[in-house]
Write a protein that binds this ligand. Structure first.
Ligand code: ISL
Length: 542
């Protein structure tokens, strides 16, 4: 279970590095940047999809699982990436596995459209219209609007939980499942380190009963998949499961290895759900609720499963803009957030640019956004009468495009991303925020991430130690202890922009300060205060 000690770096290929000058990132660009990732210290790259795709959802709509999209390169370059990452840098490649749905351009769906008798017809989910001729029921797409689209030729509707160009696969069909396992083995045989499984909690769907996530046969399929593909291979598997509570997460990441290594639980990034408000509303962070949520899963999975630790991905706005300060305290707040999550138990995931403290965009023109989800949201919101400024302001807060602007390598006008105009605009601050500047500055966010990764390699307590949450009701401080028989590690973070008095119990925390979110590294036990976003790690040997 090497993945318990690993740190994963997520690459969103289209926005990472454009080596061939077509405005889109590519595999050659990733190969070129392997030394950078090695200097940061990561063990695994999770590559968002690079398969052949019409790019309605930037590759999450796959037209051919056995081919690389020409936008990204070729199968030969993919093999080169897998081989060189491993042999030159000891980095494993985890591919995105998108098997809840395909692209409507996939040959299975094309065959299904051509003939209602084609075997591939049963790979998808078809239903007759309701009595009024409308969709079979009122299931909604996660991208807005009905989850059913009419196929005029056959007069039947097909299901799509995402865009209409992403028809859902029917996992109840054994031939389809067999095809998926064959494909997974084909990739694993090429030397992959594992899979990140896109919306895997939807594959047990029962649309007639209105069930998307956590269908009755979900875990049966995961176990079957495990037996057919993963069993006997030492790989990292992580399920994207928006609907996994603690009980579900335990089942997926059962230490008996019958399902997956771990899952992404999203409770901590969708706290606003509990308030009945949507992700398009600027709900301030409820820190106590955040701690309760994290503590619940940390203690609940201890010894009974495994956590993934993340603050960002390609679907979420930039964390420093959301929970930190994207202005004057950007460095301090980004380091505080990273420290707080990286010292917990689990496998940490870093999303490209997070290690630089990249920020949300500040766009006042809808035309600059590219994401299908944003475009659908905009259309529906405007149809319902929302004003242009209101729609733009909400979109700026939640848009997935916030995470998808080109990676900021240098201060040059093209940000070192590529020589031509990129497919999506720059966030617009790479003169200040870029990898070259970050690597040059010893007190940068980048060096802090490097130090956190190194600490994980040297201190076993971070991987295996017990976790105990401290002052969970405190409105500003996120603090916890990790301990084993040899070591005690304490993290104390001020999550807010105000200075506070360090409460009594923390004055006697043992050990030397290893990491600090402030460049001047004062000891809060001496100053008896925590400055805005001040965060420290103390380590004591027993
Ligand atoms: O938050 C969301 C819905 O409101 C989506 O952005 C969410 O990310 C989605 O529910 C699951 O995401 C995954 O599957 C999608 C793809 O667009 C995302 O990029 C991927 O991470 C469909 O494949």
């Amino acid at each position: 279970m090497w993945w318990k000690r690993a740190v994963v770096y997520q690459i969103y290929p289209r926005s990472f590095r454009d080596a061939d000058g077509d405005g889109n990132g590519d595999l050659t660009g990733i190969i070129e940047k392997l030394p950078y990732l090695h200097r940061l210290g990561v063990d695994v790259i999770w590559l968002s999809p690079v398969y052949r795709s019409p790019m309605v959802d930037n590759g999450y709509d796959i037209a051919d699982y056995y081919d690389i999209d020409p936008m990204f390169g070729s199968m030969q370059q993919m093999d080169e990436l897998i081989a060189r990452a491993k042999s030159e840098f000891g980095i494993g490649i985890v591919m995105d596995l998108v098997v809840n749905h395909t692209s409507d351009q996939h040959r299975w769906f094309q065959a299904a459209l051509t003939s209602a008798d084609a075997p591939e017809r049963a790979y998808y989910v078809w239903r007759d219209s309701a009595a009024d001729g409308g969709p079979p029921n009122d299931l909604q797409s996660f991208f807005g609007g009905p989850a059913w689209t009419l196929d005029r030729t056959s007069g039947q509707y097909f299901l799509h939980f995402f865009a209409a160009q992403q028809p859902d696969l029917n996992w109840h069909n054994p031939d389809l499942r067999h095809e998926i396992y064959r494909m997974m083995n084909w990739w694993l045989d090429r030397g992959l380190a594992g899979f990140r499984m896109d919306v895997i909690d939807l594959i047990g769907k029962e649309p007639d009963r209105g069930i998307g996530a956590n269908g009755p046969e979900l875990h049966q399929y995961i176990r079957e998949m495990n037996q057919a593909t993963l069993a006997g291979r030492d790989v990292l598997t992580v399920g994207e499961t928006w609907h996994a509570d603690l009980a579900e997460a335990r089942q997926y990441s059962n230490p008996d290895g019958s399902e997956l290594s771990m899952v992404f639980q999203f409770d901590h990034v969708k706290l606003e759900d509990a308030t009945g408000r949507g992700k398009d509303e600027r709900v301030p962070l409820d820190l106590v609720q955040l701690k309760r949520t994290v503590a619940h899963n940390q203690t609940g999975l201890y010894g009974r499963g495994w956590n993934s630790l993340f603050l960002s991905n390609h679907d979420l706005p930039r964390i420093v803009s959301r929970w930190g300060d994207s202005g004057t305290l950007r460095q301090e707040s980004a380091k505080m957030l990273a420290t707080t999550f990286h010292c917990l138990q689990g496998t940490p995931y870093i999303y490209q640019g997070e290690e630089l403290g990249m920020t949300n965009v500040d766009w006042s023109d809808i035309e600059r956004y590219r994401d299908v989800e944003v475009r659908n949201y905009y259309r529906i919101a405007r149809d319902r009468g929302m004003s242009y400024p209101e729609a733009l302001s909400r979109i700026a807060w939640f848009a997935r495009d916030n995470a998808r602007t080109p990676m900021q390598w240098t201060a040059a006008p093209d940000a070192g991303f590529g020589s031509t105009e990129p497919w999506i605009d720059f966030a617009g601050n790479h003169d200040l925020i870029n990898a070259v500047a970050a690597e040059d500055a010893p007190d940068s966010i980048w060096h802090h991430y490097r130090a956190l990764i190194e600490l994980r390699k040297t201190e076993a307590v971070i991987t295996e130690g017990k976790v105990e949450f401290l002052t969970i009701d405190h409105p500003d401080i996120f603090a916890y202890r990790r301990h084993d028989s040899a070591t005690e590690l304490t993290v104390i973070s001020n999550f807010h922009a105000k200075q506070i008095t360090l409460p009594e119990p923390y004055l006697s925390v043992p050990g030397a300060l290893l990491l600090h979110s402030y460049a001047d590294a004062q000891d809060p036990r001496v100053t008896r205060t925590l400055r805005p976003y001040e965060s420290v790690v103390a380590l004591a040997r027993r």
